[in-house]
Design a protein around this ligand. Structure first.
Ligand code: SF4
Length: 400
């Protein structure tokens, strides 16, 4: 009923590194070609963990946006905006909080682990508990049906689905809903109305999901329905009320485990990162001083790539021939570690060169980024306001 839409955000709580580039941004670049995408700077989310150091957020908002653009996120294809510039997110968060059982939030991984570990008391705040609810508001306010996430984030999408269902159930029941829905069915015309009834019965009586999909497709292709009737007919199909908020699907992002300089996952917490736009000298220094197979003490000792963090970077950056060369050379001690690191270093520097080049126009003229974001915020806000009009009306808050 609503257009396909992807929503994803990132917290501006530190500099982005190559793990973000390979793990998230490359996926965004692909998605923006397939769907209308909304990518946002989650500055309010960053405050849940950095409420006592907000300057970190201010420092990173614009740098992060330049990183996105450098990575190929294209403002002509995707809408880029800042969460706090669309205050409707906060309003929906507040309204959803009225109907969200506490237990739903307490069982979301994150809060639960924090409680069980009994540490990080500074994080046991109302904001941290409500974090998944704000995330849900971020998604629901755009009626986004696709949310790219890793496995660990699936429970957050699941709670969003439950909230949408609960909201539609509680507030989608306008007075006289059944009568209005039946009247809307008549507007489909005799043939389509009969088909709609058959499919609805097959779904409601036999749980036939295919019939449900066919009925939705039937509504999608029917031109002459008002938005209100369309919402009613969607809700009537599944036995609920009007569908005001859309249940999103998790779009499982391709697994990418970008190794850090020490072989663990690249992460700021491990201090093993290469930043997305790091200067060449620093990258060279970091790669040249990377740990290698600890058993390879001397140049003449054969090594084992499987024990070496450099090998993991080879697997990301090298082609088949280079991989075979490194493996053979390491195991036979016919190449030294610095020699082995060279193709990896060159590949990273080449990748970084592209990132620096694409970032340059935005660094030369920061007004460009400001205007991309201003446009994006305006577009996002328009959609958010449309949803909030329906939400307020459904909750009886449109006093006129
Ligand atoms: S030769 Fe390459 S793979 Fe082998 S230990 Fe040295 S850096 Fe690692």
């Amino acid at each position: 009923m609503y257009a396909e839409r992807v929503l994803s955000g990132m917290r501006p709580s530190g500099r982005l590194h190559l793990g973000h580039h390979h793990g998230v941004l490359k996926n965004w670049v692909k998605l923006q070609e397939e769907f209308p995408c909304f990518f946002f700077v989650a500055d309010w989310h960053a405050l849940t963990t950095h409420y006592d150091s907000p300057e970190v957020i201010a420092d990173n908002v614009w740098t992060m946006l330049v990183d996105w653009l450098a990575a190929g996120v294209d403002p002509a294809q995707a809408t880029l905006f800042i969460q706090s510039r669309v205050p409707e997110h906060a309003e929906l968060h507040l309204l959803l909080s009225m109907m969200t059982p506490l237990g739903w939030l307490e069982r979301v991984p994150g809060w639960k682990e924090q409680q069980e570990r009994g540490e990080g008391a500074e994080l046991l705040t109302y904001g941290f508990l409500g974090y998944p609810l704000l995330q849900s508001a971020d998604i629901l306010i755009y009626r986004a049906d696709k949310v790219p996430v890793g496995e660990d984030q699936v429970p957050h999408v699941e709670i969003t689905r439950e909230l949408a269902r609960r909201f539609n159930h509680l507030y989608g029941r306008e007075p006289g809903f059944e009568d209005k829905a039946r009247e809307a069915v008549r507007k489909l015309g005799a043939k389509r109305a009969r088909l709609y009834h058959d499919l609805r019965t097959r779904f409601q009586q036999d749980g036939d999901d295919e019939a449900l999909e066919q009925a939705k497709a039937l509504l999608d292709e029917t031109q002459n329905l008002s938005l209100g009737d369309r919402e009613r007919l969607y809700g009537y199909l599944e036995g609920g009320g009007k569908m005001i908020l859309v249940e999103p699907e998790a779009l499982l992002a391709p697994v990418s485990r970008m190794p850090g300089l020490d072989g663990q996952k690249m992460s700021k917490a491990y201090g093993n990162t290469i930043n997305l736009r790091e200067d060449a000298d620093s990258v060279t220094r970091k790669v040249r001083t990377m740990q290698t197979d600890p058993a390879r003490m001397r140049r003449t000792d054969p090594g084992e790539p499987e024990r070496c963090p450099v090998w993991q970077l080879h697997m990301i950056y090298s082609n088949e021939d280079t991989l075979a060369w490194a493996q053979r050379g390491c195991r036979s001690a016919s190449i030294g570690c610095l020699e082995c690191k060279q193709p990896v270093l060159e590949a990273i520097l080449e990748e970084q060169e592209g990132l620096h080049e694409r970032a340059q126009p935005y660094l030369d003229d920061p007004g460009l980024v400001r205007s991309i974001v201003a446009d994006g915020c305006e577009r996002a806000r328009k959609l958010a306001q449309e949803t909030m009009r329906d939400v307020r009306e459904a909750m009886g808050l449109d006093y006129g």
